[in-house]
Design a protein around this ligand. Structure first.
Ligand SMILES: [Zn+2]
Length: 326
């Protein structure tokens, strides 16, 4: 099952997400021929994407992208607000090695591309650390100034990950007050009866007083014990129960994740329209048709002369209604 599970540890002033992806892996990893070590890094990045994009509320896309000069040239994962996820990597034919061998010295970028006119956000850091999870933790610490702990694991049949974030002190106490004023009935305690309603853990934080450093130290110490094997072995609730055995952990409604390529005729058509008629005509003149393969899934799209004429004619017709369009 593919799912993203939000949770809150009120007594420790922390919240987070657990992710598991088991469906669609064979298809996605079959799009290209990946060496095992590249597949490992791609798998971890695919597990990380839902964790990092979980708080994205607006329509749009979150990209986690790596670029390097080493054996791994490019690694891209994209996820939208509906948690539709895809990824791919480009590499030297003989690419092999661990995270450092493949990615050290490259750049890691996180981008939010909102739909429409929203502001685009991008942050980039040089890759450091011994694993993708470490690089991301450092990235988070710098760019968002939120203390974040991440664990990732990828095997052939399962991708899994865990992200725990410290609630800012101010926010924690505000949320605590807000939660006091609200009903505390919605969140489902791990050992309790199932609730079912989706509650945003941001606004459901309970607990008393300010979040102190000891609590976060405790979370940090516990998270250090989590191994990739643990992530592979346990379900989200089991894992959280084991790690935070002394604490109350509240889990919320899990969200489904779909591994799928979103490429479509409409998307490719829009791209051709964006290039402009002259550019497209010159490709037609040179090659007889415009043939495009999706960078992710490899699906082929082909436009001959008649298709191009029809595409631009349809666009001109719809453009007549929009005076601002050229
Ligand atoms: Zn595609």
């Amino acid at each position: 099952m593919n799912q993203l599970l939000p949770f809150l540890i009120p007594g420790r002033g922390a919240r987070g997400y657990w992710v598991q992806i088991t469906e669609g892996l064979e298809t996605m990893f079959g799009w290209r021929d990946y060496p095992a070590d590249v597949a490992q890094q791609l798998g971890e990045a695919l597990a990380a994407a839902p964790l990092l994009a979980a708080d994205m509320t607006q329509a749009g896309r979150f990209n986690l992208q790596f670029q390097g000069e080493g054996p791994l040239k490019l690694l891209v994962t994209q996820i939208d607000a509906q948690l539709r996820l895809r990824g791919m990597a480009k590499h030297a034919p003989d690419a092999a090695g661990d995270f450092q061998a493949l990615m050290k010295g490259g750049l890691l970028a996180a981008m939010i591309e909102p739909e429409g006119d929203g502001e685009r956000y991008q942050a980039m850091v040089e890759v450091v650390g011994l694993a993708l999870s470490e690089a991301l933790q450092i990235y988070f610490g710098r760019s968002e100034q939120l203390q974040t702990l991440i664990r990732l694991s990828a095997s052939e049949g399962k991708l899994a990950g865990l992200l725990v974030q410290r609630l800012p002190g101010g926010e924690g106490s505000r949320s605590a007050r807000a939660a006091g004023a609200r009903s505390a009935a919605q969140p489902r305690a791990l050992d309790g009866e199932s609730g079912g309603e989706h509650v945003d853990p941001d606004h459901a934080a309970a607990g008393s007083g300010d979040v102190d450093n000891d609590n976060w130290e405790h979370v940090y110490t516990l998270m250090r014990t989590v191994t990739p094997d643990d992530l592979q072995k346990w379900s989200g609730e089991e894992l959280l129960n084991r790690i935070f055995a002394e604490d109350e952990v509240r889990v919320f409604e899990p969200r489904p994740i779909e591994l799928v390529c979103r490429c479509s005729d409409a998307q490719i058509s829009a791209m051709l329209l964006g290039l402009g008629r002259d550019e497209v005509d010159s490709v037609l003149a040179e090659q007889g048709a415009v043939a495009i393969n999706c960078e992710f899934c490899g699906r082929g799209y082909r436009y001959d002369q008649a298709d191009v004429v029809a595409l631009f004619a349809a666009d001109a017709a719809s453009g007549d209604d929009q005076a601002t369009r050229h």
